[in-house]
Design a protein around this ligand. Structure first.
Ligand code: PGA
Length: 251
């Protein structure tokens, strides 16, 4: 059975001290609780090693927000998948729309990143989603399909089963506009169908598909109640424990 996951994406927020403080506070808030989902926090690179050392890995998983598309060498400023893994982090967010838009990440690049993440035993949280124009032009189903096919469909079924998907309509990210639960469910069902056609029903049924885009404590319950929505990738509402915990508890 697929896992439910609530994953925070801090983006470029929190200095090291603030990040460590948050991690300790979240770990404490989860102690003695049995949430019905795995909990992950996606921190900037510089936090990873310290954050993994202050949380119990059974309670809080740790994720990077990116990794390099190269193994190692003369790539100034880059951080490799192996380096991320060496911090104790278990996940890496890849293909976030902000990376695609502001840092020119193409499917070809993302394919390399996914491959390196898997080789280093990191679980990719792979983001897909259409822009406002694409939805208005009614190409959203096609766009999301190409994003999946181009970056992921060379993977074997075994490797694909290590991928977590996050559907994040770009028009809903940080805008306060959430996809309605009907819109999100419709897209998640579409995605699961694409996976079933390629890898078979079992792999499709076992793939965790998160929703992201202005998900918060007020709408999480309704979104997570949809049959094909297996949790959330949370930006703004993952920055304070008091906002993040109720989303975890929405399951
Ligand atoms: P948001 O961001 O929750 O602030 O909309 C989600 C994301 O970009 O992962």
């Amino acid at each position: 059975m697929r896992k439910n996951i609530v994953a925070g994406n801090w983006k470029m927020n929190k200095n090291l001290q603030e990040g460590v403080e948050f991690a300790k506070e979240l770990d404490k808030a989860l102690t003695g609780k049995s949430p019905k989902c795995d909990v992950v926090i996606g921190t900037p690179f510089i936090h990873l090693a310290t954050v993994t050392s202050v949380v119990d890995a059974k309670r809080v998983g740790v994720s990077a927000q990116n990794c390099a598309d190269k193994v190692s060498g003369a790539y100034t400023g880059e951080v490799s998948a192996a380096m991320v893994a060496s911090t104790g982090a278990g996940y890496v967010i890849l293909g976030h729309s902000e990376r695609r838009t502001y840092y020119g990440e193409t499917s070809a690049k993302l394919k390399e990143k996914v491959k390196l993440a898997l080789e280093n035993n990191l679980k990719p949280i792979f983001c897909i989603g259409e822009t406002k124009d694409e939805r208005e032009g009614n190409t959203h189903f096609e766009v999301v399909k190409s994003q999946i096919v181009e970056a992921l469909f060379d993977l074997s079924a075994d490797d694909f089963s290590k991928i977590i998907l996050a559907y994040e309509p770009v028009w809903a990210i940080g805008t306060g506009l959430t996809a309605t639960s009907a819109q999100a469910q419709e897209m998640h069902a579409h995605i699961r169908k694409i996976l079933a056609d390629k890898y078979g029903k079992e792999v499709a049924d076992n793939t965790t598909i998160l929703y992201g885009g202005s998900c918060n404590k007020n709408n999480a319950k309704e979104l997570f109640a949809c049959p094909d929505i297996d949790g959330g990738l949370i930006g703004g509402a993952s920055l304070k424990v008091e906002d993040f915990m109720p989303i975890i508890e929405a399951f």
